[in-house]
Unconditional design. Sequence first.
Lengths: 367, 166
Amino acid sequence: MRHCSVVRGFSLCLSILGLWLVTSGPRPAWAGTPVEPQNMGGHTSVDTAEEQTFDPSKVILHHIADAHDWHLYDHTDAEGMIHPVSIPLPVLLWCQGTLHTMMSSAFDHGHARPVSKGLTFQMDEHGHISEASGLRVLDFSITKNVASMLISVVLLVLIFGSVARSYTRSEQRLPGGMARFLEPIILFVRDDIARPNIGEHRYQRYMPYLLTAFFFIWINNLLGLLPTGANLTGNIAVSLVLAVFTMVITNWSGNKHYWGHIFKPHVPLWLYPIMVPVELVGIISKPIALTIRLFANITAGHIIILSLISLIFIFKSMAMAPVSLAFVLFMECLEMLVAVLQAYVFTLLSALFIGLATAEPEPNEHH
Amino acid sequence: MDLVTPQLGLLVWPALSFLLLLLVLRKFAWKPILDSVNERDAQIRQALDAAKDAREAMVRLQADNEQLMAQARAERDQLLTEAKKTRDHLLSEARSKAEEEGKRLLDLARQEIENERKATFTEVRNLVATLSVDVAEKLLRKELHKDEAQEAYLQQQLRELNIPAR
């Protein structure tokens, strides 16, 4: 296990570095100056839009990123102007000790500069909101991802509320309706994830977290696969939050044996300066692994699907559409599998980490 | 918005809503669901145990029944043998009694016959005696018709009586 955490920590550092190089190195197209006319999300004449070459990476990165409004489609009016049609979402900004609220439509996709309580705000083409005079702005907006997540939360409460009711209604505690489908999954989380990894005596405490994490990730993965769906679980902030939950629970429930393993490893004393930092890195590297795994898997799936759709526009031919759609259909099916698989992997690893932190030492264990 | 830069809003809202979701689902979903499943598991285990007990009881009952049957059969056999013995006994008793009775009747009959025979014999003898006397009388009457014959006879009788001559 110790070797594993060392190797994993190192490889993670490498992969993060690699990811950073990939995203920042080749200077992606969307990182251009904000004055340039936009393909997405701006009022541009058709002529200029068609003169521009189609840039798939820009479109794809726009689609997998979060946004302040829920973009549905673009509409071209009689004058040949493109109007993005989107659902406006609330923008909540914390600046100079006060909360500034407005709808995202007030920014008119970056063309307007709304004024709130004497402060002027502006939005760049990536959706970053800043104050005109350069004051520090904290953005707590209900973005597309947050809105999608709130929908998923409501869905989960409704679904599992109804599942729970179907049990309490029945005299023999028989599942009814959705519970018939969901009970085997709940029991799978209990019997194949929690029990074997955490242990028969302790697993029950962690069941609520594991079940919530599993179904939260799963439903958000699935919602992300819907057309115009948000890429919530493929957002590094969201996967980071989930991983931090696992980290907090793991270390909160870590027993004497677990902490002893970190601060008093069974190695010669002169190795302590190496071993203790390595073990401490292990505490951090586990949630980082969880974060990157979920984020990368879901984002990668979205990128592949969007790339396949982009093929139609790259070839500029409707003949490409059936080919593209066939591939997209295949990928969507695969992503449905990945959706549940990543939920499973996240839950399994969480259970494993909790199990390692709470395991009692074997009576005859030697180090 | 950058791909790998976590945004503040997307850290705060998911954290809050996930925590809230966790608390709400724990109270209103996971607890009732898992409790129900456990309760049902217990019910099923109980039912299985009960079924096992019932099966064992059935087997026991069957064994008891068989034992009872065997006992009843043995009792019946015993009763039958006893009845047979009694019957035989009664029969033989009746037979011996009948035999005895027959013998007694036979004896009686035999005695009767004997008596009859004796009576008949006596009667016949008497008759023969009477007849003999009659015949003798007639003979004598004829013989002793003459006087000398009477004399000779007397003389003979007297001789036979061996009365010494004087």
